[in-house]
Design a protein around this ligand. Structure first.
Ligand SMILES: Cc1cc2nc3c(=O)[nH]c(=O)nc-3n(C[C@H](O)[C@H](O)[C@H](O)COP(=O)(O)O)c2cc1C
Length: 207
């Protein structure tokens, strides 16, 4: 981990297929950087083949464009970070397998205890208002606990949380179908989440 004089290192590891979670991830990064964090934005890669990606117009192109913008997350990224923020679309009421595959690849670091004491947080998207984004965020809380991360929720710790967007468990987007980008209120929660996690990481560094 960094010493107290260096900027907190923030890893934002997300999966997004059609860009909604990417929009949230970028806003989380903005909030973290505004609070003095050094950010790595990383996109988990596809597990499905072109046969699946080609079933919906735009999925393949969107995935390729994001892969050109972001490197894939690595175990070294997680070891580097003082805080790890995971972002995922809702997939049948839970986390995407693409993000989970990255997390499962952190078993070696976990075994060595190298993730203990870092800050951890989550954000999620769903297409429907009651489609499961809150339960998706919560489904990652046990994962954060197993990894030894100090869970940082959004709570109702900022005015952004009272504008009808996000949840106390993390930023979220109700994207609709086909997905539309995050609203300004949803982005404001994401920026707050990036700031809050960075502020907590600073305190953990000096603790
Ligand atoms: C296989 C699959 C399962 C999904 N399951 C749900 C679901 O359970 N609830 C929901 O509201 N949306 C569901 N969605 C929609 C996505 O969560 C939603 O469109 C999300 O905003 C996509 O994020 P992205 O644009 O970053 O890929 C599902 C989408 C796919 C492809």
């Amino acid at each position: 981990m960094a010493d107290s004089k260096s900027a907190p290192k923030i890893l934002i590891a997300f999966y997004s297929r059609s860009g909604t979670v990417e929009g949230l991830a970028r806003a989380v990064a903005e909030g973290a950087e505004a609070a003095g964090g050094e950010v790595r934005l990383r996109r988990a890669r596809e597990l499905v083949g072109h046969d699946v990606l080609s079933t919906v117009p735009g999925w393949k192109e969107s995935a390729e464009a994001m892969n050109a913008r972001y490197a894939a997350p690595t175990a070294e990224d997680a070891e580097w970070a003082d805080a790890i923020i995971f972002g995922t679309p809702t997939r049948f009421g839970s986390v995407s397998s693409e993000l989970k595959a990255y997390i499962d690849g952190l078993g070696g670091l976990w075994f060595q205890g190298k993730l203990n004491g870092k800050a951890g947080s989550v954000f999620a998207a769903s297409s429907q208002p009651h489609g499961g984004s809150e339960i998706t965020a919560l489904s990652l809380y046990p994962v954060l606990a197993h990894l030894g991360l100090i869970i940082v929720p959004t709570g109702y710790a900022d005015g952004a949380m009272f504008a009808g967007a996000g949840s106390p468990y993390g930023a979220s987007v109700i994207s609709g179908n086909p997905p539309a980008g995050p609203t300004e209120a949803e982005l404001a929660v994401a920026r707050f989440q990036g700031k809050r996690v960075t502020d907590v990481a600073k305190k953990l560094i000096v603790a």
